[in-house]
Write a protein that binds this ligand. Sequence first.
Ligand code: AMP
Length: 189
Amino acid sequence: MNLLVLGPQGAGKGTQAKRIALEYGIPHVSTGDMFRAAQAEGTDFGKQVGAIMESGKLVPDELTIAMIADRLSQPDAQAGFVLDGFPRNLAQAEALDAMLSRIGRGLDAILFFNIPDEVGMERALKRAELEGRADDTPEVIAKRLEIYHSETEPIIEHYRATGKLVPLHADRTVDEVWSELSDSLQVVA
Ligand code: AMP
């Protein structure tokens, strides 16, 4: 099953994506996690993306798309994947469409986590306190939200047009969202 989770920070995408990965035995592919791992390794690539992440801006498309193309070609992703944090703009969405159609695959569902800005901001700020991520300062959180609205939101319409968009009420508890989400996956799985 090829899935994608889409929505602003603080919407609970990562939590639900991890649970989907466990339930369905498919990898959780998070570009943010991959960039943070590269940063922790301290490679040149890691240093380059680390500086970008700490500003809240997007890592250049060429780097991100190449990283995802490589990840999705790995053996563990052949039975499916749940993509989290990618695509973040229309160019990435189109690159993903092309990548998947070249190998005769497609997305089964795009899970859209719908949540008011204030709730997402509040949750992201709370996570910042708990996890102490370097890119989780209030300024960077606000920058990421601004970029979400300008760059990422347009891809919702791109995916709505495919008929595979599944809007979820993400402003609820983890278990409530999981219940709605797993019911919709029963239909596509
Ligand atoms: P996240 O953990 O998804 O919030 O991502 C953390 C940071 O990694 C973002 O603020 C971006 O700087 C970078 N990043 C993650 N995914 C992407 C992507 N698909 N395209 C460009 N930059 C990304």
